[in-house]
Design a protein around this ligand. Structure first.
Ligand SMILES: [Zn+2]
Length: 158
């Protein structure tokens, strides 16, 4: 049995916030605004896993009006959902993700991001793809106002 899930997330970029992507700190003068650590890529991957399980979304499991999740570490949220995947007798086959950010260039950070995702999900590095794109100066991403991410995951029964 296979299950597929898709996830999407966007955060507004503001000054004086760290820019975190899969727990990797990206050198930037702005970072994501949000109740949590605003890690758009982790949120997209976590939502994709919840989608594959038909388990709602991040907001259902970790409500942003719940003080327990204020400044929550999104690596911990992903790791809780990865536990839920195993609990259901499923395992991750692969993850494919895209980050949309105008600047800085993310290429130097991509390997660390893939390593972090692979470690939390307990899969080989070759099962985790992270791609980085810009908004070509067009939309909110293109104008440097937002960071956005999409992810697709495939699960299979153990
Ligand atoms: Zn988010």
């Amino acid at each position: 049995m296979f299950r597929i899930g898709i996830g999407n997330d966007t955060h507004k970029l503001v000054e004086d916030r760290p820019l975190l992507l899969v727990g990797v700190s990206v050198a930037s003068d702005r970072g994501g605004e949000g109740h949590s650590d605003a890690d758009a890529l982790l949120h997209a991957i976590t939502d994709a896993l919840l989608g594959a399980l038909c388990e709602g979304d991040l907001g259902v499991h970790f409500p942003d009006n719940d003080p327990r999740w204020k400044d929550a570490n999104s690596v911990q949220l992903l790791s809780r959902v990865a536990w839920l995947v195993r609990e259901r007798g499923l395992q991750v086959v692969n993850v494919d993700a895209t980050i949309m950010l105008e600047r800085p260039q993310l290429r130097p950070y991509v390997l660390s991001m893939r390593e972090n995702i692979a470690e939390v999900l307990g899969v080989e590095l070759s099962c985790v793809s992270v791609k980085a794109k810009t908004g070509e100066g067009l939309d909110a991403v293109g104008q440097g106002l937002a960071v956005s991410a999409q992810a697709v995951v495939l699960l299979r029964a153990n």
